[in-house]
Design a protein around this ligand. Structure first.
Ligand code: MTE
Ligand code: CO
Length: 389
């Protein structure tokens, strides 16, 4: 007769003794058995953590919303720790009425909105331009998060200040030691940008720009200025460091693509990532897809490196410029496979292969790599980042 499973047959401590009472954990934390689910950086990528990035553990997450404590961080001069009582938002430049907002002013400003958006750093997948380099989707695709923002539409703030006829650009400036500054065209500023003070229902985290950050839906993360302190209206872009020497794409002919704002359609399989231990049989593939152009219309999955494609199932909300969750189930016969996903957005853009991308953009780039990712699954279920052509 088979031995009983002791987890069932023996009374466990948690079943025998009462646990902590209410208020033992006034701000709740995940189970101690989930302590491996954390943001991680790659130490050799940058010389100092104050000007660096870490990565969202995409392979451990479900659905489309990133928990606040797991949103990747991108800082150019560390985290500014600002008391909201000492923070102001200034609007100046080509406006009829320069304004200064306190946090209290912002919170009673009319026209508050809640919107779910992804934020992807332009450098996400940037280490993969010349070939597969890092293992695990946390590192290849983890410079992305997706949360619900609460804030005021930038349009309403600009209207309050009164943009002069010549005002065609907005400079956003951060209060951190890097004084991050980016030029944003007025058309985008008046369209869907937000000044956000909350994420996923609570105040922004210091890492994400507490007390306020700019939200620039669908556009590269660098423009989402954190610790936002000033908006200046002007009649031309300012050509700041972050939009000239950085965040431009050097092409094969030596010219640089400037102002590549929008994040192109992209997807990645986030599971399986740890070795498949169940062996042959029904296998669940899961992943994320997104586009700076709107919603995702379709995701295809291939298990043979892109020869044959199968429509995946998108589940959960399908919101413009937000992450989409997809699933594909198949019977794994235990042989080696090459897993890929390919997203198609509502405007018809199809995620390119890495070869197609290089044919247009060369190999000098760091930014805006939205090529199709391949995961090699070997007979033992081990998963590795590879490229096939
Ligand atoms: N804003 C300020 N003030 N300082 C910064 O260093 N980093 C930018 C952007 N906004 C940055 C900033 C970059 S490069 C990215 S990708 C995003 O913020 C990262 O946002 P996150 O830290 O919420 O992930
Ligand atoms: Co960035």
């Amino acid at each position: 007769m088979a031995e009983g499973d002791p987890v069932i047959t023996e009374i466990q401590d948690w079943n025998r003794y009462p646990g902590d009472g209410v208020d033992a954990r006034p701000y709740g934390q995940p189970s101690q058995f989930e302590s491996h689910v954390v943001r991680k950086n790659v130490p050799w990528l940058t010389s100092d953590t104050i000007s660096s990035i870490n990565f969202t553990p995409l392979h451990e997450l479900e659905g489309i919303i990133t928990p606040n404590g797991l949103c990747f961080e991108g800082h150019h001069a560390g985290i500014a720790e600002i008391d909201r009582a000492n923070h102001r938002l200034m609007i100046n430049g080509l406006v009829d009425k320069p304004l200064v907002f306190t946090m209290a002013d912002l919170k009673r400003f009319p026209g508050r909105e809640n919107r779910v958006y992804f934020l992807e750093c332009a450098a996400n997948t940037g280490m993969e331009w010349r070939g597969s380099q890092l293992n695990g989707c946390q590192y290849t695709h983890g410079m992305i998060h997706c949360v619900m923002y609460t804030g005021v539409r930038l349009k309403h703030i600009l209207e309050e200040a009164g943009v002069k006829a010549a005002g065609s650009w907005v400079l956003a400036e951060g209060a951190d030691a890097s004084a991050m500054t980016r030029s944003i065209p007025m058309e985008k500023a008046l369209d869907d940008c937000m000044v956000a003070f909350a994420m996923n229902g609570e105040a922004l985290r210091p890492e994400q720009g507490y007390p306020i950050r700019l939200v620039v839906p669908g556009w590269e993360g660098n423009m989402w200025v954190k610790w936002l302190r000033r908006l200046e209206v002007g009649d031309q872009p300012w050509q700041q460091r972050e939009e000239t020497s950085k965040y431009t794409d050097l092409l094969a002919n030596g010219k640089a693509r400037r102002f590549t704002w929008k994040m192109d359609v992209k997807s990645v399989i986030t599971s399986p990532q740890v070795p498949i231990v169940h062996g042959k049989g029904r296998t669940l593939v899961s992943g994320l897809a997104w586009s700076g152009s709107g919603t995702i219309k379709r995701v295809d999955v291939s298990i043979d490196g892109g020869r044959n494609w199968h429509a995946a199932r998108i589940d959960g909300p399908s919101l413009p410029m937000a992450l989409h969750r997809f699933y594909y189930e198949f019977d794994w016969d235990g042989s080696e496979i090459f897993l890929q996903s390919r997203a198609i957005d509502e405007s018809g853009f199809v995620q390119p292969t890495k070869d197609q991308l290089r044919a247009v953009r060369g190999e000098n780039s760091i930014y805006h790599n939205n090529g199709i990712q391949t995961w090699h699954v070997n007979k033992d279920g081990g998963v590795e980042n590879v490229e096939i052509s």
